[in-house]
Design a protein around this ligand. Sequence first.
Ligand SMILES: Cc1ncc(COP(=O)(O)O)c(C=O)c1O
Length: 469
Amino acid sequence: MSRIRTSSGAGELLVELRRDAGVPLHQQLEGGIRARIREGLLRADTVMPSTRALADDLGLSRGVVVEAYQQLVAEGYLVSRGGGYTQVAPVEIVEPDGAVATPAGEPRIDFRYSRPDVSQFPRAAWLRSIRRVLNETPYQSLAYLDGRGTIELRTALSDYLNRVRGTAARPEHMMICNGFAQGSRLLLQVLAEQGYRCLAVEDPSDNDLREVARAAGLEAVGVPVLESGIDVDALERSGADVVLVTAAHQFPTGAVASAETRAALVAWAAEGDRLVIEDDYDAEYRYDREPIGAMQGLAPDRVAYAGTASKTLAPGLRLGWLILPTRLVEPMSRAKLMDDRGSPVFDQLAFADFVARGEFDRHLRRMRPRYRLLRDTLVDRLAARLPELVPAGISAGLHVMTLLPPDLTEADVQAAALERGLGVYGLTPYWVASPGPAGLVFGYGGLTQKAVVEGIDLLADAIGSLRIR
Ligand SMILES: Cc1ncc(COP(=O)(O)O)c(C=O)c1O
């Protein structure tokens, strides 16, 4: 077997040449290169090695390589360029069996939830923070980390959260993680190791977490959400010993947990060795009034608080944080080190600088009116074009939920919308115990005002078409 080195520097490819096979070498070479181009392993525009270099590498005469290249040029797999070099031509790729399917085209207007407006990421301020951090960080900080993360970020975030979210955070109790996804997974694993058995989640709620809980060995049960937040009487009956709530702005209903619900949750946790996990994922975006403080501030030893930069800055940053009760700090720190040895240090330090200098506050002040405008536009357009779709919940966050009238199914509405290039998403995946009423969850964070208006107009048209049929 002989190896071809591509002169693009992109890597190496193997071509099997069998000198005893009875097949001419130039044909074997052609076949090997052709197959790789057809499978997309040698991509369009890749610069091929010179015939001389390749002949040397493979121990062939140059004429054999020239003949193979000429044949592949004639077949349209390679292009001979002026200046004496040869490139891979753009050809249709034959997907081998088992290839990962690329998703079908995205809808032109997409109300998929979870998308903040990443085009507004504060690049200039972030760059200033990165520059400062790269210039000023002592080399000692580049060694392996404390499992909780850098003290700079834990300090900056605890100051910020105590100021704007009413938490009672101390840097020693904070842990930096790769988003809520990692923080919640590690927390559920540690709780399962400590003997917790059953996680209660709000019904409806984000569906990923139930799977994570089950993978950690916990049972997951749904507890209904009322207008005043999770039903604590039902929680009491559920037999759960840990509960996850989105108290500031329930996902997806948009309800806020009342003062009574919060107090009852804390009282529930205080009986026995129970724990509340508070997912404070989008509390910074409350448009009608100041957000209610986090529950963690009421009972730091009964509530594990989780925050994320995914809604406020960008999900691609993968930055999240936990404020942990004392008893969970050490096991969580160990779990984080076991998982990935800590989150990337420059990202943490840049974010710490960004928060400590007030850039995070400035960014949120700039984004709040933008999102508010999008939400108001969505709600107004629904009222004008589809008054049966009544938004639930408070004026906050990056999503709106509505129920559907009984004559419509989520699947029909979704299909009719998609025919018009519109992506809308149903409530069904979020129900836990049993399927609840049909509805839609609109994420508007990444859309323009014009797209929101057009999207609701398309939806009205889609629903109109279903009723004519
Ligand atoms: C309810 C809820 N919590 C938290 C998050 C944030 O997750 P992560 O920090 O892993 O991006 C999301 C993201 O969509 C969410 O919907």
